[in-house]
Design a protein around this ligand. Structure first.
Ligand code: SF4
Ligand code: SF4
Length: 321
């Protein structure tokens, strides 16, 4: 795909122009780094990846699926603005691709609307921004509308989709043409391959899982922070003052809580913490791949960094013999 250049002295103007037509979302440093709306290029934090992933902009924490009044069902109008996401790292871009498989595959109208109205601009990591990253151990794809490679006084900008090419054309006054190509060296990320490649199937009954399970609190921080986890639950909220009215809501859920597999008759399919803990890892590194041909996990390391007891499943897996 074509490559362009954007001089850094034009970057502020670029962001400023975008804010006239789009809601611009980028990593900003507050108590932690997180994606939020910006008005100015100076707000962008380039050094670290966001502590929270961007998934909540597409798969919202809570969504009203419909409201009801007796037998009358009303589906609320979608309200997603057109957004440009700037500064998404390679892991998180792939996480969006994996969530597309799930939600666009299921023709989820809420997710699809939010995705179609988004432009994804990546920011390449020359070096792993956290000691927990392991994207280099996984087979990630080149998935973006545009990817920015930081080159001292300019950005090399690779287009990755027709949407990305059209976007560059729209702002062509700021970009310039270049003969430069993106090399394998440009794409390399230093220090991001700490998960040893192995087939984890044979380790399901390994006693070393206890190292993680014994200190797991089933708190769900790992699944909430994960850019690829997509479990949810549906429930009805009824208005007490008029019980024939209310709304059906979809909210994030987690395979780490015992109630997640509770079904009618009070049966719970993953009662033990060990089953739940291993299910998360095997879903990320085996089950999803068996179904969709790609690991669900993208190696961002958030589930380790954000775990209150710092359970490092990568280290646990690496030490299993
Ligand atoms: S964040 Fe850590 S303690 Fe909490 S459920 Fe996940 S693995 Fe267990
Ligand atoms: S399982 Fe952990 S490392 Fe993998 S994508 Fe989710 S949060 Fe990132």
């Amino acid at each position: 795909m074509p490559v362009f250049a954007l001089k850094k002295k034009r970057f502020s103007k670029f962001i400023s122009k975008l804010t006239k037509s789009y809601e611009v979302i980028a990593p900003v440093k507050e108590d932690v780094v997180k994606f939020q709306q910006i008005q100015d290029a100076d707000e962008i934090h380039f050094e670290k990846n966001s502590f929270f992933p961007v998934k909540e902009y597409f798969f919202r924490k809570q969504e009203t699926i419909f409201t009801f009044d007796g037998n009358k069902i009303t589906v609320p109008a979608f309200k997603t603005p057109s957004r440009v996401f700037f500064g998404i790292r390679r892991c998180d871009l792939n996480a969006i691709a994996h969530q597309d498989v799930v939600f666009k595959g299921a023709k989820d109208p809420y997710y699809t609307e939010a995705r179609e109205k988004s432009i994804l601009i990546g920011y390449h990591c020359d070096e792993a921004p956290s000691p927990y990253c392991f994207c280099g151990s996984l087979e990630l794809a080149e998935f973006f509308d545009l990817m920015f490679f930081d080159k001292e006084d300019y950005f090399l900008v690779e287009t990755g989709s027709q949407k990305g090419e059209n976007f560059v054309k729209k702002y062509m006054g700021l970009f310039s043409k270049t003969d430069k190509k993106i090399s394998a060296r440009d794409r390399f990320i230093l220090g991001a391959d700490r998960l040893e490649k192995k087939d984890i199937k044979e380790f399901y009954d390994h006693p070393d899982w206890k190292k993680g399970v014994d200190v797991c609190l089933s708190c769900s921080a790992c699944t909430n922070l994960c850019p690829t986890c997509y479990c949810f639950e549906l429930h009805d909220e009824v208005n007490i003052s008029k019980p024939s009215t209310g709304e059906r809501k979809r909210t994030w859920s987690s395979c780490q809580v015992q109630e997640f597999t509770k079904v009618a008759g009070d049966h719970v399919f993953r009662k033990d913490r060990e089953e739940r803990f291993k299910h998360r890892i095997y879903h990320q590194l085996q089950y999803f791949k068996e179904k969709n041909g790609v690991d669900l996990c993208v190696g961002c390391g958030r589930c380790v960094e954000g775990c209150p007891t710092r359970i490092d499943f990568v280290q646990i897996l690496n030490e299993m013999k």
